[in-house]
Design a protein around this ligand. Sequence first.
Ligand code: S3P
Length: 181
Amino acid sequence: MSSENSGSPLGAERLIFLIGYMGCGKSTKAKQLAHRLECPVVDLDTEIVNKSGKTIAEFFDAYGEDGFRSYESEMLKSYNYPPTCVVATGGGLPCFFDNMDWMNANGVTVYLQMEPAALVSRLHNRQKRPLIKDLNDEQLLDFINVKLQERAPFYTKAKIIVDAFDLDAEKLEEVLSRKNS
Ligand code: S3P
């Protein structure tokens, strides 16, 4: 560990991007990790809602998925991040444009990996998620299996990959510290 990095689980990298499929716990873990690291948390979906004045579902209705992806990418790259912070990203964000490369160039990316069946059991509130709002459990499992295969090449570009099942912020902090030691 270099002297510059000692004492900080972040090392030289000050932006931590949590990525992964819907339901893997990005927003919750981002808040908990930020609390442990005593730094702010930024939730990009929340910032999209705040800036556009539309819920994610309303945004999809008004501009379609293509419109959402452009706005999301613009938000990722233009946001005025505090010097150190934990960023929760939308599940699809790493898989469009050069977003994944941009995050890897600007911080540390952490993929919260979870099995499809576990994701299904955690995705109760589907109404606010336009891509899955009309699916029952069985359809959702099929959908996630397909989507995870499509998204894996992007997600696995993350600098850190962790099993998100039973993950707590303390473990997450440990993993980050290990990477920088
Ligand atoms: C999406 C995930 C959502 C949100 C949008 C699209 C996706 O974020 O950005 O509904 O494509 O996986 P969460 O992962 O926070 O639910």
